[in-house]
Design a protein around this ligand. Structure first.
Ligand code: NAD
Length: 300
């Protein structure tokens, strides 16, 4: 089974949606980005353009390829219009179960019956999402990593009913995008977040319990474990609200107290300190600044 005709629809123009659209468009696919927010759609195209400029400046893309990539991208705020010609839909809307179930009901109604419906969810059950559609065999997880144009991995998640041919199609498509696919099964957190989030949570607990400061925790993991980024900086990058939501899924899904989110994480999300996207988390992020500055809340 290969993707025949049609285009790619990406639902959600946020951090992940614009990266996913970028990668498909750069590899020659016609892409429609759908979002309920016109401002987010504008921002997504501006972001993609900026990221393409960076690739041109590095010499990894020509000016001509940049133009072709941008010409492959369309935006749409109406989901009916946005998915009507899709061969594949990749949903990358906000990580919220009710929202995703509602979106998949709509996708099942409005996308062509032959279309594969993929979700970029970090942690919500693919099987549960598939169950609200009449095509559970064509529903699959296609979990890209952030930033999408840079990160090679695509974690492909088979739901309970996902057809093997659908998995094969998504594996081959991921390779076509220059990515490395890894197929896993549908249990809470899949593999990436089942292992990453407890590490981030433990780093936050270490800070909360006063074992060490923000810089010390991140430095130990960077220099000691050769991680390119410390877990607290990574949490800021992923979004603290996203980290909290995933930990709740692990906690509920396994019923094991080892996944209980740290109270400090819960407080930071309640205070609107969500990391890079809100300008502050464990670090502060001033527009245009590349310097990593620990938030005053945690400064020694
Ligand atoms: P985000 O908050 O940056 O963007 C979400 C977008 O969804 C927003 O633009 C919002 O307007 C849009 N949206 C909300 N309701 C919608 C609807 N009904 N129809 C269309 N668009 C709608 O979120 P994000 O960080 O890009 O995450 C998106 C998905 O990707 C989530 O499922 C998340 O778990 C997953 N994910 C995130 C990361 C990460 O590092 N941020 C990594 C991997 C996977």
């Amino acid at each position: 089974m290969t993707l025949t005709g049609g285009s790619i629809s990406v639902i959600g123009a946020g951090t992940m949606g614009n990266g996913i659209a970028h990668v498909f468009a750069q590899n020659g696919f016609k892409v429609t980005i759908v979002d309920i927010s016109l401002a987010q759609l504008d921002k997504a195209v501006a972001n993609i353009s900026k990221n393409l400029d960076r690739q041109v400046a590095k010499g990894t893309l020509t000016e001509e390829q940049k133009k072709t990539t941008l010409a492959n991208i369309h935006t749409e705020s109406n989901i009916i219009e946005g998915v009507k010609d899709a061969a594949l839909v990749v949903e990358a809307a906000t990580e919220n179960v009710e929202l995703k179930l509602k979106i998949f009901e709509q996708l099942d109604t409005y996308a062509p019956k032959s279309a594969i419906l993929a979700t970029n969810t970090s942690s919500i059950s693919i099987t549960k999402i598939a169950a609200v559609t009449n095509r559970a065999s064509k529903v699959i997880g296609m979990h890209f990593m952030n930033p999408v144009p840079v990160m090679k991995l695509v974690e492909i998640i088979n739901g309970y009913a996902t057809d093997k041919e659908v998995t094969h199609t998504i594996v081959e498509l991921s390779k076509q995008l220059g990515k490395v696919p890894c197929v896993v099964n549908d249990y809470p957190g899949f593999i990436a977040n089942r292992i990453l989030m407890p590490m981030i949570n433990e780093a936050i607990y270490s800070l909360y319990e006063g074992v060490a400061g923000v810089e010390e925790i991140d430095t130990v993991m960077k220099l000691g474990m050769a991680h390119p980024m410390g877990p607290l900086q990574l949490a800021d990058f992923v979004g603290l609200d996203v980290c909290l939501a995933i930990l709740k899924v692990l906690h509920d899904g396994f019923g094991n107290p080892k996944y209980a989110p740290c109270p400090l994480l819960i407080n930071m999300v309640a205070a609107g300190k969500l990391g890079v996207k809100s300008g502050e988390g464990f670090y502060v992020y001033a527009a245009g600044s590349k310097e990593l500055v620990v938030s005053g809340r945690f400064a020694n």
